[in-house]
Ligand binder design. Structure first.
Ligand code: TRP
Length: 337
């Protein structure tokens, strides 16, 4: 059942959304095309809580957490500049709403170890992350904190990428177990809203990731953007200008499709009929990105100094704290503690 709640302006919303991002680096075009684009739509229809997941960042960055705070503010500047509106959605910092950790504690007591050890995301990360030691108690409990993030707001909808689906499933299992143990229906089992993420690779053709250093960041300078676009891999079979290319094998083409869709047909023609070479095609992609996508975001970034962002976050944190407080009171009631 979808809950109908009203928010401030008494508009009926479809339900309540909670989502979060870990502040471990600058945001890039992948975030814009994925999470941010989705949040922008969701804020119109749902009551949204968007969170800076700084505790989750600490779980992997505990050795060198010095930049987490700076990234948190900078990430929120990107949210604001790409059209997420703090009058429509509640922005807050996870570590400033203490009830997340209170509920994390309670859920830790009732989450069987086996559920966490079997989590495919955890096993994959243990295999893949080699440059830091994440075989810690905290990291194993990552999804329990994520469950607390969601359940403390009784959110019914969680937009995530497919890598996060196992965490959502665990959240549902934890909610079910809580309700079963305490004979209540207090915690709704949230559903995942899969973020449609377009196929965009990094500039070297590998998965786009800050750890590969292959991203185009929303805050990159004009010079950096031009340089990075010029470095992008194109169809390897198109060696000379006169060779016809294959747009479906070209990462540059995917960028056009996502960020400058009105040019897609023309770019196909340049490539398939060998009219315009890859260097020129990339030069024009950089122009289009700068003019239509990153330019507007960067002009907006200037409108949000740290002081303004801190104010927005403190307003959001108060709102989030109130909602979390209500759920926590009911949780204690259900548990008779
Ligand atoms: N684990 C999420 C990620 O890395 C971030 C996150 C933390 C989150 N808590 C959440 C996402 C709650 C959705 C809901 O992307």
């Amino acid at each position: 059942m979808k809950s109908k709640r009203s928010q401030g302006n008494s508009q009926i919303k479809k339900g309540r959304v909670l989502s979060g991002m870990r502040p471990t680096g600058k945001l890039h075009l992948g975030h814009l095309a994925g999470a941010l684009g989705n949040w922008k739509m969701l804020q119109q229809e749902y009551e949204c809580f968007f969170m800076v997941a700084d505790w989750h960042a600490l779980m992997s960055e505990y050795n060198d957490p010095g930049r987490v705070k700076e990234y948190a503010i900078d990430n929120v500047r990107d949210w604001l500049s790409s059209g997420i509106d703090p009058d429509k959605a509640t922005f807050f910092i996870q570590s400033e709403v203490g009830r997340h950790l209170d509920l994390f504690m309670i859920l830790s007591c009732l989450t069987p170890l086996g559920w966490l050890e079997r989590n495919p995301t955890y096993k994959e990360q243990l295999r893949e992350i080699k440059n830091r030691d994440i075989s810690t108690f905290g990291f194993l409990g990552y999804p329990v904190l994520q469950a607390a993030d969601i359940l403390i707001y009784r959110a019914d909808t969680v937009p995530v990428g497919d890598d996060q689906l196992p965490h959502l499933e665990l959240t549902r299992e934890i909610a079910r177990r809580f309700n079963h143990i305490y004979g209540t229906s207090l915690l709704p089992e949230p559903k995942a809203l899969l973020t449609r993420t377009p196929r965009l690779s990094g500039i070297d053709g590998r998965k786009m990731s800050k750890s590969f250093g292959n991203t185009i960041n929303l805050s990159d300078s004009e010079g950096e953007i031009r340089k990075k676009v010029q470095m992008m891999f194109t169809d390897p079979e198109r060696v000379r200008l006169s060779d016809p290319g294959h747009p479906d094998k070209c990462n540059v083409h995917s960028y056009y499709a996502v960020f400058c869709p009105e040019m897609k047909a023309e770019v196909d023609d340049w490539c398939v009929n060998a009219r315009v070479g890859c260097t020129e095609c990339k030069k024009r992609l950089a122009e289009c990105l700068l003019e239509d996508v990153l330019g507007p975001i960067q002009r907006k970034r200037k409108l949000f100094p740290d002081s303004k962002i801190e104010k927005i976050l403190s307003r959001g944190t108060k709102r989030a704290g109130l909602e979390a407080g209500k759920t926590f009171k009911d949780i204690k009631g259900a548990m008779k503690i």
